[in-house]
Design a protein around this ligand. Structure first.
Ligand code: KIV
Length: 273
């Protein structure tokens, strides 16, 4: 028998069963090396459509395609041995009908080997969630600030402050839970509302700029590592300043090359010449 510890793969059902328990740790990843790293610490790895803005320089998530999600999904699945990998459905690939959603979600699952998909929307998407779950596709829902609907929401701002808006978001949360979603992302949901939703729905809530009362948290990895030069949301705690470290390393390299400090094949770094 192997002496190494066998780590169990996390399933959507196992995440569902964590409601009210130990907080669920979740980060995004888009590449194999980062997936390997976050897998050692996270329960859930999200291949978010934020990849469009973070890695491809797109202004919103709207230009992200199913092919991009499939490619990044495959890369992440290759690096993960334990966490649940969830892949985002991009804008325009699921909203038209439950049939369209099934065709594209099943393609993502087959082509990437991920364990679940995520889609944005509440009450309006509940029949689609129901359709997918009944056909074997675990669904994570995403409500509150839904970036694919940024043009309708009028910007990236806190959702559910006014009582009427809060009622709608609470209805969204209940609808996706009733439809069979195994968990729900609450993005930039007014804190007391996020707490209330967490108390009232039977599935885990995963907050991003929502509330510490949520059942877990997700962050965009580049934001928390300090790799995002353009913009970091106010609610993100930075756990590193990797862009500054990378900048210093590249500057040192350039200085070495300009000074002809680049060695031949027999040179071993760290040993005297
Ligand atoms: O695309 C993404 O990374 C996301 C998270 C911000 C929840 O949807």
């Amino acid at each position: 028998m192997s002496a190494s510890i066998q780590r169990k793969s996390v399933t959507a059902a196992a995440i569902r069963a964590r409601k009210g328990g130990e907080p669920i740790v979740c980060l995004t990843a888009y590449t194999t090396p980062i997936a390997r790293l976050v897998d050692r610490h996270c329960d859930l790895v999200l291949v978010g459509d934020s990849v469009g803005m973070v890695l491809h320089g797109l202004p919103t998530t709207h230009g992200v395609t199913l092919e991009m999600m499939a490619m990044h999904g495959r890369a992440v699945v290759r690096g993960v041995s334990s966490a649940l990998v969830v892949v985002d459905m991009p804008f325009g690939t699921y909203e038209e009908s439950p049939e369209q959603a099934f065709r594209n979600a099943s393609r993502l699952m087959v082509e990437t080997g991920c364990g679940a998909i995520k889609l944005e929307g509440g009450v309006a998407m509940a029949p689609t969630i129901n359709f997918l779950v009944a056909r074997g596709i675990p669904v994570m829902a995403h409500i509150g600030l839904t970036p694919q609907a940024v043009n309708v929401l009028g910007g990236y701002k806190v959702q559910g402050r006014a009582p009427e808006a809060a009622d709608l978001i609470l209805r969204d949360a209940k609808a996706v839970a009733d439809a069979g979603a195994f968990s729900v992302v609450l993005e930039m949901v007014h804190e007391p509302l996020a707490k209330r939703i967490t108390e009232e729905v039977p599935i885990p809530t995963i907050g991003i700029g929502a509330s510490a009362a949520c059942d877990g948290q997700v962050l965009v990895i580049d934001d928390m590592l300090g790799l995002n030069a353009d913009f970091t949301p106010k609610f993100v705690k930075r756990y590193g300043d990797l862009l500054a470290a990378a900048e210093a390393a590249v500057a040192a390299y350039a200085a070495d090359v300009r000074a002809r400090r680049f060695p031949g094949p027999e040179h071993v770094f760290g040993k005297p010449a």
